[in-house]
Design a protein around this ligand. Structure first.
Ligand code: NDP
Ligand code: 2IT
Length: 444
């Protein structure tokens, strides 16, 4: 079968990139019903072309630490697919970063961005630099060095990076400052910018809020809502923070948060004061989640993930492959009815299969967390017309976009013979848009 051959070729061409192989398999296997209906995609080698990035840039990032010692990291930007718009996607700074991770994220992003309905192509970038434990000055020098190479490859109509793990408002500021200094241009070349210098209201909140809006739409199909639900969340970074806030605003009880050190369980639910503490701890003090146990009633479980704690809804929002088959079984045994992925490719294929087989609501990352990049698109839009919209206006657009992504994914799941399977629905809907655009644009 054509799909299996393409996957085999990907593995042979880049044998070490297991996360990328996983993402390719997940997307291509689920678009099989589309391929059967569209022999013209096979003839035009759309599958072979869509799994090969249009361009990959890998570069040296030397910088000087606070002791005056020279440090060296690797930077990269994978410009994957620009069939429907300029490359639009985040930058990840984390020691685990290598081509396999950035390519998996960039590949997923192609279809995620297509689902938003906005004209944005897919890609990703990043570095194996670890901002943790670095001073602000070290982070600044690293970001300046990173941008000193990256600036020549990006532009408001070419490639527009944003944040991801390890890249938040501070890093975007230093990156933007350096871009502006080198090019002498103040333009929409990054999103997630500060509100005083071209950023959009709601962008910090957007991924977490959007994930909860998507989850609410899934729940509605079963006559349910977020109100009164017990919710487990993993992570305590940008996505987790605002998923927690929106879930609480919608009347849910948030009982876990985590970081790479472990999980806190809050049996009575996170309060507004508890949430404020986490925001300060993670965004200002850059501390560890276990410090919550000294401030409000909760139990800290070192080295554990949140999935064994009872919940109705799970919003995994940390990193890829964080929910495995054992975790999925625990969630199912505990009566969880909905999982919406705030992070990218969070569930292993085995875990995702278990959710689908057991008929629970499962929103894959490329649909559920698309609110972040969608609001980046709204930031670009405001920059292009030189305006700044109100919080309510941006939030309304975000909400509409999430409702539409849900509707589109559900409709595609029905059209392609897997009603209610949002993996099939999101992948097929995103893929058809990209494949049709690639056909229109010829062999390029
Ligand atoms: P942050 O850097 O703000 O937070 C990441 C969180 O995940 C932290 O709590 C971190 O813990 C935890 N984490 C990271 N790596 C690991 C690991 N290997 N094991 C366990 N925990 C880990 O990133 P974001 O919140 O922005 O991103 C979270 C996820 O959401 C990512 O998968 C990202 O791709 C995805 N996403 C982000 C969007 C955005 O707009 N920011 C948009 C769409 C998706 P610690 O601090 O201990 O490392
Ligand atoms: O994974 C993602 O969608 C992001 N990190 C957000 C990218 C963006 O361009 O806002």
């Amino acid at each position: 079968m054509v799909i299996e051959e393409v996957i085999e070729r990907v593995i042979q061409r880049d044998p070490g990139q297991k996360e990328f192989h996983q993402a390719v398999r997940e997307v291509l296997e689920s678009v099989e019903p589309v391929i059967k209906k569209h022999p013209e995609y096979v003839k035009a080698k759309i599958l072979d072309r869509v799994v090969e990035p249009e361009r990959q840039i890998i570069f040296r990032v030397p910088w000087v630490d606070d002791n005056g010692d020279v440090q060296m990291n690797r930077g990269m930007r994978i410009e994957f697919n620009s069939a429907i718009g300029p490359y639009k996607c985040g930058l990840r700074f984390h020691p685990s970063v290598y081509e396999g991770i950035i390519k998996f994220l960039g590949f997923e992003q192609i279809f995620k961005n297509a689902l938003t309905g906005l004209p944005m192509g897919g890609g990703k970038g990043g570095s194996d630099f670890d901002p943790k434990g670095k001073s602000d000055n070290e982070v600044m020098r690293f970001c300046q060095s990173f941008m000193t190479e990256l600036y020549r490859h990006i532009g408001p109509n070419t490639d527009v990076p944003a944040g991801d793990i390890g890249v938040g408002g501070r890093e975007i500021g230093y990156l933007y400052g350096q871009y502006k200094k080198i090019t002498n241009r103040f333009e929409s070349v990054l999103t997630g910018k500060g509100i005083n210098w071209g950023g959009s209201l709601v962008r910090p909140e957007a991924t977490g809020y959007g994930t909860v809006y998507f989850c609410e739409e899934m729940l509605k199909t079963k006559g349910e809502s977020m109100s009164g639900k017990t919710v487990t969340i993993s992570g305590s970074g940008n996505v987790a923070q605002y998923a927690a806030e929106k879930a609480m605003q919608m009347g849910a009880k948030v009982v876990t948060l985590s970081d790479s050190g472990g999980t806190i369980h809050i049996p009575d639910g996170l309060t507004k004061e508890g949430w404020d503490f986490v925001m300060d701890l993670k965004n200002v003090k850059r501390g560890r989640i276990n410090e919550c146990a000294e401030k409000f009633p909760c139990e800290y479980y070192p080295g554990e993930r949140p999935w064994r704690f009872e919940c109705d809804v799970a919003l995994p929002s940390a990193t890829q492959n964080e929910v495995d088959a054992d975790d999925a079984k625990k969630l199912l045994d505990n009566g969880c009815i909905a999982v919406a992925e705030g992070a990218n490719m969070l569930s292993t294929p085995e875990a995702a299969d278990l959710f689908v087989q057991n008929g629970i609501l499962f929103g894959p990352g490329k649909a559920a967390n698309a609110g972040g990049v969608a609001t980046s698109g709204l930031e670009m839009c405001q920059n292009h017309v030189g305006m700044a919209w109100s919080f309510e206006e941006v939030d309304k657009h975000l909400h509409n976009i999430m409702v539409n992504i849900h509707k589109t994914s559900l409709a595609a799941s029905e059209k392609y013979g897997a009603p209610g399977n949002y993996i099939v629905g999101a992948n097929c809907a995103g893929f058809v848009k990209i494949a049709d655009s690639m056909l229109d644009l010829g062999v390029v």
